[in-house]
Design a protein around this ligand. Structure first.
Ligand SMILES: [Mn+2]
Length: 321
């Protein structure tokens, strides 16, 4: 593992950089990617971002003008596992140099890049990018500040999750000083919902499963429900956050169908059980309060039963790390 200084030196030496985000992109992977991309461009270097999936419109303000070029260096941001790069990225990588530097904050990071800079206690990858830019002495403009602020805010649930640290707030304050439009960003990320999303929410809630002790809540989103409401797979963050809000619920699970035998699961937990430990049972991972895993099964009920069993197992032995 690199030190911060080494990672910064490596980045500073790069030109013609391709930056990779994880599939189903969120505010942190895109904020880190476009923030770093803008910082490189500002140094007169060539840089662009690639993501396996289309970038949702609400993140459009982050995207700078990017020209095409043949990359010499490949960097990934917020990608915890090579499987999260996605098939389109894999295809692109086949004709490119290997991923040279991976910048991440997931404690469960599975190393795939030649070099790793990991701050496992950082609330967001954007915080790490900020510290790397500081280390290099690169200045931040309003565009970069908007990107980095977005990741800080979205990965902490608008500074409410327990991963939020004094440093998160300090860097957020700094980004606001640099011109980040925090009011607009937080409104878009947390206080805006489309009618279609509300319809989907209603459908999902009607069929929500609760354990007898009301400690586990499970929502299932099928591809049929997405088709019926017109909501895209990338717009499910809000629903994923719903179950944990229910008073008394310690584990909130969202099972999202992506294909016939392809379900993506998001687990959110309160204080006592580790979401990462639950998902580790199925080859997934993430953070203590938010983690994910994937199932190649066709029956969401079976998936739910397996997950509930894993929750009970973790509940018996877990300290909630
Ligand atoms: Mn992140």
């Amino acid at each position: 593992m690199l030190t911060r200084h080494q990672a910064a030196q490596m980045l500073a030496s790069f030109d013609r950089v391709l930056i990779l985000c994880h599939r189903n992109p969120d505010g942190d992977t895109l904020g880190s990617g476009f923030g770093l991309c803008r910082a490189l461009l500002r140094q007169g270097k060539k840089a662009r971002v690639f993501c396996n999936d289309p970038i949702p419109d609400k993140f459009g303000y982050m995207i700078p003008k990017q020209e095409d070029f043949v990359p010499l260096h490949v960097v990934s941001v917020d990608v915890a596992d090579p499987a999260l790069l996605g098939p389109n990225t894999e295809k692109l990588l086949a004709s490119l140099p290997p991923v040279e530097l991976s910048i991440d904050h997931h404690p469960t990071h599975k190393q795939f890049a030649e070099n790793l800079y990991l701050e496992a206690d950082s609330a967001s990858c954007c915080e790490i990018v900020r510290e790397l830019l500081r280390e290099m002495g690169w200045e931040i403009d309003q565009g970069i500040a908007d990107c980095l602020y977005t990741g800080l805010s979205t990965d902490t649930g608008c500074f409410r999750f327990s991963n939020t640290s004094p440093r998160t707030h300090r860097i957020a304050a700094e980004m606001i000083e640099m011109g980040a439009d925090h009011t607009r960003i937080n409104k878009v990320m947390f206080d805006t919902v489309t009618f279609a999303e509300l319809e989907l929410e209603q459908l999902a809630l009607e069929k929500m499963w609760m354990s007898d002790d009301h400690k586990i809540a499970v929502l299932t989103i099928t591809t049929d429900m997405l088709r019926q409401t017109g909501v895209s797979e990338t717009q499910l963050d809000r629903i994923t956050a719903l179950t944990r809000k229910i008073s008394g619920v310690e584990v909130g699970i969202t099972i999202k169908q992506r294909g016939e035998n392809d379900f993506k699961v998001s687990v959110r937990t309160a204080e006592t059980i580790s979401a990462s430990d639950i998902c580790a049972n199925f080859g997934g991972g993430g953070h203590a309060r938010a983690a994910g895993c994937q199932f190649d099964l066709s029956d969401p009920v079976l998936i739910r039963e397996k997950l509930v069993e894993a929750v009970r197992k973790c509940d018996g032995e877990d300290t909630g790390r």
